[in-house]
Design a protein around this ligand. Structure first.
Ligand code: HAM
Length: 409
């Protein structure tokens, strides 16, 4: 037997139904906020992720599905969606035109991580990316939008917020931090590397010993320049205006290198240790890093598998028709009615090709949650034959001639 690869899984109903319900409703909300659907390739040049997500990140360092293709190109299955959308934005020259654009997307992402609950090697994200807005109220808007999405599904999440500063305040903060880190040689191996490549990543190391060592570390939010501080205040006040609760977490840096200023995560305490259900932030220099004209950017992505664990589908009501034949001779008419209902009436129809006894059909219809039940036997095939349409919800029955029913289709 051939099994799916480790950390990759098939999605059956009800999870697959929830997935569609989730995508449908998040798309609706994103569209209300002016976001437009974009689809970008799963496979991209490896350089794209090295230059955006960053060589110091675990994603690029350890987790990429990277290979040389038959044309000798170094390619990679996307570990996240932002880089591809930025590449597409620049490739379509939207940066040159100075356009403001808002995109949403969803699909598979790939990270070669150690699989565990809530952590897969192939997982799905729903993300949004907004280009051309320097106003911090855009950051507030996407956080409010994400909050609205979670509220729609009845999900309660804690919002963690931080500001990562800008090119004016970040370099001097980094120097301060490195000086502090130089005082110890007990950092974990990963942090020793991070100290050299991107020292702020040390702040959110999960290693307990590192966290202890960092207790007295200088904090980003105490070292913001006036502009960043002012924007961070506006962001907080806007969220408060809309009664959205949040918590400042000065150690929140996020695992991707492209952020500046706003960084945020939505966290749930109901799904185990992989508790981050969504994350995002501002990336004002990423378009430039990828060869475009400097353009502001801000966005987020939701981890769909983690989110699906947190809500149930609303109870589904009975719907559509179940049509079955009681004899072999009746199979043709049963199929004709089913197809005409589908094609001409755009109805939801479940049809059994092979004849069965009445009880088996009724059991099937009930299992499939059909509303109307029609069984065709030899009597229905006669001239002036009549069929009974049973409403399985109200138990009402309606009798019509086959001829008039077919005419109505
Ligand atoms: P991220 O924090 O790496 O951000 O991923 C976003 C979400 O994807 C996480 O909060 C988590 O729910 C989910 N996720 C990440 N890795 C896994 C995994 N191995 N298994 C299951 N779920 C996972 C980004 O990807 C950024 N591109 C977000 C962004 C968009 N920032 C700006 N725009």
């Amino acid at each position: 037997m051939i099994n799916a690869l480790r950390g990759m899984k098939d999605m059956f109903s009800p999870e697959s139904e929830k997935y569609l319900y989730f995508i449908e409703n998040c798309s609706k909300i994103a569209k209300n906020y002016g976001f437009i659907f974009i689809s970008t390739p799963i496979l991209e040049e490896t350089t794209l992720f090295k230059r955006s997500v960053g060589e110091s990140s675990d994603i690029v360092n350890k987790e990429m599905y990277q290979f040389i293709d038959k044309g000798n190109n170094d390619v990679c299955m996307r570990p996240e969606g932002t880089a591809g959308v930025v590449r597409a934005f620049v490739q379509a020259k939207m940066d040159k035109a100075g356009e403001k654009r808002r995109f949403f997307y969803y699909g598979s992402m790939f990270r070669y991580e150690r699989p565990q609950k809530g952590r897969l090697r192939q997982f799905h994200q729903f993300g949004v990316e907004s280009f051309g807005y320097s106003d911090v109220r855009e950051d507030a808007t996407i956080i409010l939008m994400l909050n609205e999405m979670l509220e729609f599904f009845g999900i309660d999440a804690a919002i963690k917020l931080n500001s990562l500063g800008c090119p004016e305040c970040m370099p001097s903060y980094k120097d301060k931090l490195v000086k502090f880190l130089d005082l110890t040689n007990e950092l974990c191996e990963d942090c020793q590397r991070r100290k050299k490549t991107n020292p702020i990543r040390v702040l959110d190391c999960k290693n307990e010993n590192c966290q202890k060592l960092l207790k007295n570390a200088p904090l980003l939010i105490d070292n913001l320049c006036c502009g960043c501080k002012n924007e961070f205040d506006i962001l907080q006040n806007t969220l408060r205006d809309f009664n959205v609760k949040f918590e400042i977490n000065p150690m929140l840096v996020r695992g991707l290198d492209y952020y500046s200023k706003t960084a945020f995560e939505f966290v749930s305490d109901k799904i185990g240790s992989q508790s981050s259900i969504a994350g995002g932030g501002r990336y004002d220099r990423l378009v430039e890093f990828l060869g475009g004209k400097p353009t502001n950017g801000v966005g987020f992505a939701i981890g769909i598998e983690r989110l699906l664990e947190l809500f149930e589908l609303p109870e589904s009501k009975r719907k559509g028709f179940y049509i079955g034949a009681l004899t072999q001779e009746a199979e043709k008419l049963s199929y004709e009615i089913a197809m005409k209902l589908r094609i001409n009436k755009k109805a939801y129809v479940l049809n059994e090709y092979s004849f069965k006894d009445f009880k088996s059909h009724l059991k099937n219809a009930d299992k499939m949650n059909a509303k109307y039940f029609i069984c065709i036997g030899n009597d229905e095939l006669k001239e002036n034959g009549e069929l009974i349409i049973k409403d399985l919800e109200t138990k009402d029955k309606k009798q019509v001639t086959v001829k008039s029913f077919l005419e109505s289709l």
